[in-house]
Design a protein around this ligand. Structure first.
Ligand code: SF4
Length: 323
């Protein structure tokens, strides 16, 4: 393998492995790992997020396949989901550069409604235009930055051109899992409208490799705000030392530590969950260790809620609640 190949994101995707030797688990929750991801397996905290675990198939009380009823919520417009009056989520892809074992949409991506054709994109734009309170469009999936530049450009330009839209949020794990995808050409097309914000996900300091830090730097240098939404995961970042190291590394990379989510009650992820009281204690102890600019909000995404809920005010059973 030559260095030019390693730095080519398409080469990385073409050479991804699709089995890790857990056929039972992988039949339900597929496995996908690029050579870049494979290089991160030396870190236990990353390995835990990447490799299948037989516990994924064990039912856990409170964990369900679709806690946010996303399957039904796209009925108004193909590939568009609206839970909040001021923002919509557009399913731009059903593919990721890595299949995170803790993914909220785990099991939901196969067969998901994804906006693929110009006609479907035009309908999604019309939906937003018909809902003038929407000012923030989230391009999500799957990972929208696994699409070719032309498709990313079409999504960004279509929504950014609407005067009502202030922000086109690109929700992506590419900076942490396929940083070579953040090419100068991609950065230019994202920066052009001056409306793009990138929301990414790093869950442990080890993911901030020199390549990942450089990818974040290219985005920030182009004037694109980059924030991080981490997930609190058992065995990955469930100590104040690990959270401190993560937040400090993000700040050094000029990425804002924005949220730490408690793991959603999704089937196949129960073994990652950290009890709420433990999460609250971690939040308190982290606040004592790190300055406010590097301190993320600890929140839960509750089924049926119209906002992300700070965990400090929640009772132990509330993040299992189905409203
Ligand atoms: S990149 Fe995001 S959508 Fe894709 S598997 Fe990971 S958490 Fe899920």
């Amino acid at each position: 393998m030559r260095k030019t190949e390693w730095n080519d994101w398409r080469w990385q995707l073409r050479h991804a492995e699709r089995t890790a030797g857990f056929p039972g688990v992988e039949a339900v929750y597929p496995f996908f790992l690029t050579p870049y991801g494979k290089g991160l397996l030396r870190f236990p905290a990353v390995r835990k997020q990447m490799l299948p675990d037989p516990r994924e198939l064990r039912p856990v009380p409170g964990c369900v396949p679709d806690p946010f009823a996303e399957r039904g919520s796209a009925a108004k417009c193909f590939g568009v989901k609206q839970r909040f009056p001021d923002r919509v989520l557009v399913m731009a892809s059903d593919f990721c550069a890595m299949n995170c074992r803790h993914c909220t949409r785990k099991g939901l991506l196969r067969g998901a409604e994804v906006v693929r054709t110009p006609g479907q994109l035009a309908l999604a734009v019309e939906y937003v235009r018909a809902h003038p309170r929407v000012r923030d469009v989230l391009l999500s999936g799957g990972d929208p930055l696994t699409l070719p530049d032309g498709r990313v450009k079409a999504f960004v330009e279509a929504f950014a051109a609407l005067p009502q839209i202030d922000v086109v949020r690109v929700c992506t794990r590419i900076p942490s899992m396929l940083p070579m995808r953040v090419t100068p050409a991609l950065v230019r097309l994202l920066a052009k409208s001056r409306k793009v914000w990138v929301n990414t996900q790093f869950n442990c300091a080890e993911e901030l490799t020199p390549e990942a830090v450089a990818a974040c730097g290219r985005l920030v240098d182009a004037g694109i705000p980059v924030s991080c939404q981490s997930v609190l995961l058992r065995g990955v970042n469930d100590s104040v030392d690990k959270l401190f190291a993560l937040c400090a590394a993000l700040q050094r990379a000029r990425v804002r530590p924005y949220y730490v989510f408690v793991c959603d009650p999704v089937s196949g992820t129960g073994h990652f969950r950290v009890p709420l009281e433990e999460a609250k204690a971690l939040e308190r102890r982290l606040a004592e260790r790190i300055g406010g600019l590097a301190f993320p909000r600890f929140v839960a995404d509750l089924p049926g809620s119209r906002r992300k809920v700070p965990i400090a005010g929640l009772g132990e059973d509330s993040h299992d609640k189905k409203e």
